[in-house]
Design a binder for this molecule. Structure first.
Ligand code: ZN
Length: 374
C-alpha cells in the first residue's frame, strides 16, 4: 500500500468572468487548468482541452476537485481508499458549530478555486468526522478509513467539556451543582440556535433553523413564511394549549402543516387538531417516515382529503378520551406498514378512500400480496 499526500486538479472556466474573450464577444471554451501538487508546486495551463501534466517531482496523479466536492465522503472511500494508493489527507481539528450543534470536528482543506488576479487559492473545509459531547451517548460516526487515526483524538477532545460549554450562553444555564444543569448543557450543545431555557420542554427542536431564536421567534419560524395572521394565531394558541396540557411542546405536526400544505384553511385546521397535535401523540412517531407518508398522501390525494384523514383520528379521540391509545396504535401501524411497502406504492397502490381504515386495509392488501409472491 502506498500512501501519498493529495495533489489536486482544478478547472476554472472563463465564462463568468469578464475578460478579453467575453469583451470581444468571441465565444470561447478556454479554461485554466490548475495542478496543485503535494510538493507545493502549482502549475496553471490555459487551453481548450485538459492537458496531460506531470510535475517536476514525478507525480502525475491529480485528484479532480469537482469529484471530491460533489460527495466528499463517498469520494474518499470509493474512489481513493479502495485503490492501492491511499491518500493521506491533512487533518485539522477545531471546536465549532455545525447544524446548530457544538461539535468537535476533524476536517481537511480542499482547494476549490484559484483566483489568478490575486494569486490566491480558496480552500473549502470538508468535515471528515464530528461529534457533540453527551453525558449519555457519544455517537462517533467515523469513516473506517480514518477511524484508527481520528477516534482516539476525538474522544480526547470530548474529555474537556469546559471548552464546549464555553459556547453556551451562561444565562441559559442554572447554577453550578444544580441537578438540571447537565441536562441543560446537553440540550444547548445540541440546539445552539435556541436561546431560552423553556426550549428544554420542546421535542423536535432541531426542526428550527434560525439563529438566536427566542420562543416567540421560533413560533413565527414555524409559520414557514405563511403571511396569514390566522396561521400564526393558531400556532401560538397551540403552543399555549400543549404547554398547559402536557408541559411539553412538540412542533412536528405544525411543521408538517406549514411546510407541506399550501391551503391556509387546511393549515389552520390541522394545527387545531389538538388531540393529535400534541407531544403525547407525536413524540414516538418516526419523523422521517411520517414526512414521507404525508408526502405520499399529498401526492395521491387533495389537501382537503389528507386533512380529513388526520381529522378522523382527532374525531375518534374526541368521542372518548379512552380512544387515544387505539387511535395512536392505528396511526403507528399505518406508518410501520408504509415503511415496509413505500417503494412498491407507485405500482401497487390502488387509490382507495382516504380514511384511516381505507389506507390501512390497502396497505395490508399490498403487504399480503408481497408475502404471497415470495
Ligand atoms: Zn510535485
Amino acid at each position: 500500500m502506498t500512501y501519498i499526500k493529495p495533489a489536486w486538479f482544478l478547472n476554472n472556466k472563463f465564462e463568468k468572468e469578464s475578460n478579453l474573450f467575453t469583451l470581444s464577444n468571441i465565444e470561447t471554451e478556454y479554461s485554466t487548468y490548475s495542478y496543485l501538487c503535494h510538493c507545493k508546486r502549482v502549475q496553471n495551463i490555459v487551453g481548450t482541452t485538459k492537458p496531460e501534466y506531470k510535475c517536476k517531482c514525478g507525480n502525475s496523479t491529480f485528484i479532480d476537485v469537482k469529484k471530491a466536492v460533489k460527495d466528499f465522503k463517498g469520494f474518499i472511500s470509493y474512489l481513493y481508499h479502495n485503490k492501492k494508493i491511499k491518500i493521506n489527507f491533512d487533518l485539522h481539528h477545531k471546536i465549532d458549530i455545525i447544524d446548530n450543534k457544538v461539535q468537535a470536528i476533524f476536517y481537511t482543506n480542499v482547494p476549490v478555486y484559484i483566483d489568478e488576479n490575486i494569486k490566491k487559492c480558496i480552500y473549502k473545509e470538508f468535515v471528515i468526522a464530528s461529534v457533540t459531547p453527551s453525558k449519555t451517548k457519544n455517537e462517533l460516526k467515523i469513516q473506517k478509513e480514518f477511524s484508527k487515526e481520528i477516534k482516539p483524538r476525538l474522544l480526547k477532545m470530548l474529555e474537556d467539556r469546559e471548552i464546549f460549554e464555553n459556547h453556551i450562553n451562561s444565562t441559559l444555564l442554572s447554577r453550578r451543582g444544580s441537578k438540571i444543569r447537565e441536562k441543560q448543557i446537553d440540550f444547548f450543545l445540541n440546539h445552539h440556535n435556541l436561546k431560552d431555557k423553556e426550549f428544554l420542554t420542546w421535542s423536535n427542536g432541531d426542526l428550527l433553523k434560525g439563529d438566536n431564536l427566542s420562543i416567540q421567534k421560533a413560533l413565527i419560524e414555524l409559520a414557514a413564511n405563511k403571511k396569514s395572521k390566522s396561521v400564526k394565531k393558531a400556532i401560538f394558541k397551540c403552543y399555549e394549549f400543549q404547554m398547559n396540557d402536557t408541559k411539553k411542546f412538540n412542533p412536528l405536526l405544525i411543521y408538517i402543516a406549514t411546510n407541506k400544505f399550501s391551503d391556509l384553511n387546511f393549515i389552520v385546521n390541522i394545527i387545531e387538531l389538538f388531540h393529535i397535535n400534541n407531544d403525547k401523540y407525536l413524540s414516538k412517531l418516526e419523523r422521517v417516515v411520517l414526512f414521507e407518508f404525508i408526502d405520499f398522501l399529498l401526492k395521491t390525494y387533495t389537501q382537503k382529503q389528507v386533512y380529513i384523514f388526520l381529522k378522523n383520528f382527532e374525531n375518534f379521540i374526541n368521542l372518548d378520551k379512552n380512544n387515544f391509545k387505539r387511535a395512536y396504535i392505528v396511526f403507528q401501524d399505518i406508518l410501520n406498514q408504509f415503511k415496509i411497502i413505500k417503494l412498491d406504492l407507485t405500482n401497487d397502490f390502488k387509490k382507495v378512500k382516504c380514511t384511516p381504515r381505507g389506507i390501512h386495509d390497502e396497505f395490508v392488501r399490498i403487504l399480503n400480496s408481497k408475502l404471497y409472491r415470495c
